[in-house]
Write a protein of this length. Structure first.
Length: 138
């Protein structure tokens, strides 16, 4: 028989540390008044999340202009032991327009998918929450 897992709240610093050690997450945004979720790879830079995308991507249109309110979630979960962690960042996604910054991020962040990933998006956090699931083995 298994014992229930505990969900321990992570500090902001613990959450940023964990985010900086994984490369894959999910961006959540609104598209046609409905939630949309896309898997993307990321990097953490100065407590912001950086992703790359292409012109036709829905998030690029939302991140231009005044930006878009988004959530970003990343985790590392063990499906057998049901332990691990999850971090959610809520903030504003905006296109990076500074050419030097765009060039720097394009050199640091290689997209996982083929295609012209020529847009860089910075997610500036307003809220960061995280949990660590701990427990006992069977």
């Amino acid at each position: 028989m298994t014992r229930p897992r505990q969900a321990l709240k992570l500090t902001d610093e613990e959450s940023w540390e964990l985010l900086s050690h994984v490369a894959l997450g999910r961006i959540v945004f609104t598209m046609k008044a409905m939630p949309a979720i896309r898997p993307v790879n990321h990097l953490v830079d100065n407590k912001a999340i950086i992703i790359r995308s292409h012109l036709g991507a829905a998030i690029v249109g939302h991140a231009s202009n005044d930006g878009a309110v988004v959530c970003y979630e990343a985790d590392d979960l063990d499906p057998e032991r049901h332990t691990g962690w999850s971090v959610i960042v809520t903030g504003t996604a905006r296109l990076v327009s500074d050419r030097a910054a765009v060039a720097r991020y394009m050199g640091l962040l290689e997209p996982w998918a083929d295609g012209q990933m020529d847009h860089v998006i910075r997610i500036t956090p307003q809220i960061i929450t995280g949990i660590r699931l701990v427990g006992w083995c069977r």
